[in-house]
Ligand binder design. Structure first.
Ligand SMILES: [Zn+2]
Length: 247
């Protein structure tokens, strides 16, 4: 079993500091095909960018390169798009789910609360502006989860229905149905916490809580206590991707 770490979207922030970041997408090889965790932007986002994507391009200096669409990265790894059988999402913000329409045959696994909040289309919190409902227009085959059925390292967790041990770990806050995704590997665990934590502490605490929600500090404590778990935030410095042997 191998897990590839892909950069699904480069974003360069200018405030509060200058950072070059990539968006973490995990590609899990299994005997029954590939499981993709978060998608980055999709081909339609590059062809017909929405207002929020254009705003990000302006503010975040995104290179906006369609080669970063995961579907365009697969051949480099020896796969074709049809190999992606399942997609697991931390949340449905446009930068984490824009690639869904590129894999219309894939089963989409997401927390029920996240799906319904996105679909409802109500604007109650700033984070609701990050949803792009066109990623669901193709009516994907959905597996929705809500019931906590186990724990993982003390976190409430939901076991995903794969032979590989994988869990959805509810980390509500950034969005109301946001989850982390834990994946067991022979070398230890990957724990992709999406936008529930930042890769850096160099952000004022109040801003951090506003943007990523209430779990950042707890997740950082967890990371130090469990070095056998590789904690990944949804956006990581670009250097991180260069260091990955699978890239
Ligand atoms: Zn987000």
């Amino acid at each position: 079993m191998k897990v590839h770490i892909l950069n699904g979207l480069t974003i360069n922030t200018r405030w509060p500091l200058h950072w070059q970041t990539g968006q973490v997408c995990l590609l899990v090889e299994t005997r029954r095909g590939l499981i993709l965790v978060d998608t980055g932007l999709g081909l339609d986002d590059y062809a017909h960018p929405t207002a929020i994507i254009n705003l990000f391009r302006l503010v975040m200096k995104m290179p906006f390169d369609p080669n970063q669409a995961v579907t365009n990265q697969l051949s480099r790894l020896g796969f074709i798009p049809q190999d992606v059988r399942h997609i697991v999402l931390t949340h449905l913000h446009f930068d984490h789910s824009g690639g869904l329409p590129d894999f219309p045959w894939a089963r989409v696994h997401v927390h029920a609360r996240e799906y319904h909040d996105c679909l409802e289309g109500r604007y109650r919190r700033w984070a609701d502006g990050g949803y792009n409902r066109r990623v669901l227009v193709h009516q994907p085959d959905l597996a929705l989860y809500e019931k906590i059925d186990t724990t993982w390292y003390g976190f409430d967790a939901i076991r995903l229905p794969f032979k590989q041990e994988m869990y959805l770990v509810p980390l509500f806050g950034h969005t109301l149905g946001h989850c982390g995704v834990a994946i067991k590997r022979p070398q230890g665990w990957y724990f992709l916490v999406g936008d529930a934590a930042s890769f850096t502490e160099k952000v004022p605490g109040a801003l951090l809580r506003f943007v990523v929600g209430p779990h950042h500090a707890r997740l950082r404590v967890f990371q130090v206590a469990h070095p056998e778990v590789c904690l990944l935030t949804g956006h990581m410095p670009l250097e991180f991707f260069v260091e990955q042997p699978s890239l």
